[in-house]
Design a protein around this ligand. Sequence first.
Ligand code: MGP
Length: 233
Amino acid sequence: MTDPPEGVHHYDTADEVPFEISKYWHQRYEIFSKYDEGIWMTDDAWFGVTPEPVATRIAQDVASAPESKSILIDAFAGAGGNTIAFALSGRWKQIFAIEKDPKVLACAKHNAEVYGVAKKIWWIEGDAFTVLPKRLKQSGKNAVVFGSPPWGGPTYTDFEVFDLGAMQPYSLPQLHTAFSAISSDIVLYLPRTSDLQQLVKHAKQGEKLRVTHYCMRGASKALCVFLGRFIIE
Ligand code: MGP
């Protein structure tokens, strides 16, 4: 097994794990079923990674985009949870994964290797707000843009209703403006407590907005809002 670069870890035993992430480490096999095959993480990446069964189900739902959409752009790839599931679904001719933190990107690439799909993904180190208009505008027409942005850390649970306008570091309007400039089919992975009134403002007139809660053991982990043309069973 290759040694991870500095700042990247594969924790084998509980006593190596920093206190703040121990609850996530205990869920490691739900997050990556192949964890023991050498999954890499940075300490910060643990908070935002999508658990594998959720990522698999999201990939299945996002696959219901119109057939003409053959490209998938994962704007905040993180440690690769969603990107890997999109690649495993086999639905996309091309997948772009954008991540601005080089260490986290190294984790995503490595984790995709563990799952045997690294070569199916075009990896882009950079800020989604720059990469989308500069490098992916042309591809955007045939793409679904998926975003699992940072929510400002685990303290999102301090609020009964999560204000998407105050989400840090990128608010819902910022994300919507950047994504809708390149594609009409957008999926965002957001806190389960997200303010639905704020989401509905982004629906086109007369259009129903699809919001799906993704649950594990009967409780919502998070929701996705589907903006555009998706036919989800
Ligand atoms: P959680 O509420 O922090 O913890 O995250 P836990 O223990 O998984 O959930 P609980 O219901 O058992 O308490 C719930 C899920 O939200 C995680 O599995 C992640 O997929 C997602 N998530 C959490 N955070 C803080 C972020 C974030 O900042 N960004 C993104 N994209 N996803 C997050």
